[in-house]
Design a protein around this ligand. Sequence first.
Ligand code: ARG
Length: 721
Amino acid sequence: MKKIKLLLILLSCNLFGQLHADEGMWLLQLMQEQNLLDKMKTQGLMIDGKELYSPNSVSLKDAVGIFGGGCTGEIVSTDGLILTNHHCGYGAIQKHSSVEHDYLTDGFWAKNRSEELPTPGLAFKFVERIVDITDSINALIKEGKVNEYDAMGREFLNKFAQDQLKNSDLNGKPGIIAMALPFYAGNKFYMMYLKNYTDVRMVAAPPSSIGKFGGETDNWMWPRHTCDFSIFRIYADKNGEPAEYSKDNVPLKVKKHFAISLKGFENGDYAMIMGFPGSTSRYLTKQEVEMRMNASNKPRIDVRTAYLNVLKDVMSKSDKTRIQYASKYARSSNYWKNSIGMNKAIVDNKVLETKNEQEIRFAQFAKENNNKEYMDVVSQIDNIIKEKTDLITNLTYFSEVFQNAIEFGSPYVVMDSLKVAVQQKDKTKIEKYIAQLKDVYNYIHNKDYDHEVDRKVMKRLIPIYGRNASKEFLLPLFQEVEKKWKGNFDAYIDNLYDNSIFSNDKNFNKFISKPTIKAIDNDPMTGFVRGKFSIYNKAIALTAKDADKLELLHKTYVRGLCEMYQPTPKAPDANFTIRMTYGNIKSYDPKDGVHYNYYTTLKGVMEKEDPTNPEFVVPTKLKELYSNKDFGRYAMKSGEMPTCFLTTNDITGGNSGSPVINGKGELIGIAFDGNWESLSGDINFDNDLQRCIAVDIRYVLFILDKLGGCKNLVDEMTIVQ
Ligand code: ARG
């Protein structure tokens, strides 16, 4: 009896021991060296490490790539079909949408390949090769060919990468991009060779009422019921090489694609994710975390709250505006809410306290090893940070107002050149600059720009900037408003939006038909932009102070921390390179007395339905499928339709669209979000609370097949029943 009890205790310890959350966005190329495979196998990985990543043969990493500018996508058919998130395809879906073809509202389903929509500007990048270049870079530093700080800089690394490419067998091959990047704050360096496919077409997207169900209310939260997927396809030339769009291009025959499992999973089952996490800051000091809270997150929340309120109002009044601003709204709102959640989670999860403990332990570690460098490093970082906090606050206000919100602008440099050309009566030059101005004018007044909305945005945000920016960061316009406009910001802004050369076709055409020096000198927009850049350049010059010192101190601190935590391996901060994270499917308890199940079902969609709230509208067709239980082969054993699920995988923005993979290497879901209680995760991973939210592949295929009628696409996939 006693023996059995002991055995049970041991067993359960072991089980729970395995099921903690799993920190680490690991480098595939270090999997062996860091002894991760054994841990993965104990947790439930059944395939060989080589099947995940191998430098010399095809592996699952060849079925994962960068989708667009900041997401992950995975290949799910031999013919180059890409699965990613709805919110990753959102920009493309929005660009293809108009009041007549509102794919945002209605969804888009290509029933055959001729209906797949070319999407200029959209690309998909595979990782062709990863090379360790740490020794080469360190040798250059040692030989004095580059200093330690410049070696981490973009300029040096770009040149290094291009030189390496020139001497490589990949040189001259279509679509190859070579990048050299620092990892572990410059303690390691890798080259990434990517292969960039530039003809990517839109294939399928659910209506937003399904693909964005729950909208901003549910964003960053569990329980979730969003079917966050969209489908694209890679096209290539006849040789399978990257090529610009051409009607002669054909679907890419890929090296590798994911098989899809409809078998489902249980709490505790193995789950892993491969993808491109964008950025994390896990090695900050306590002081730096405070700066993140007060100088970055707080001003961002402040400005975006106002900006989003303006957009929300105008978008609710017009379908045209709603479509024009949908993507901008979602983008801004996403990190608005993230910043709110992060500041709250930093407090709730005692991140500052944890950092403090880490610093005490590190001081001890430095002392024991009698390492002078380590002893001082934290206080040195903090001294610089204290000096920078004010500047960063100003810069955040600046970028949120003048770079992320107000769109109207003009090219003052071209205007200056034009002025000289007019003075010199140089006809050729005048023509050249006018052609440039025309491009800029069309760029400003693009399909998704509304001059009146932008005017409202500026009227709302300028006073906020004025109240919060330090005096030295106030644009010249603030003086001008006092002097010339009797303190009336709106009058100044109306003049800018009504009477600039760039305000409307009439003003612009009048100007280019006869450009005069007087008109250039009097253009209010040119004056505004000139003032904006003078402040921006000043701020950037100030950020350069001690930037080198700070980076080198971080290099030391990260090295020290990794040594301190040995033998436990540490992963480097995310930098939008391919990573792997392993863990389990797992429920969680967000607070006392509350338990969250590890999955949701379609029943929850019906429970959340609210026809009066656009974020919670349920399409009639989905309700019919639900009430008829018409789930086909996609239902769970219980007969329910699964929607989303939770894993302990360590992910962040950029991982959106990543494949969630079971122990056999099959696709079981698409990662799309993190949970509210652990939004401090980019700074400090929480072992109890951190979860990744994924959409169940069975829900995706159900929607694609039963609601979208795209059996053609499902048939293209490899499905394990
Ligand atoms: N929070 C998720 C991410 O950053 C989804 C964002 C899109 N959804 C939204 N409702 N704005 O990947």
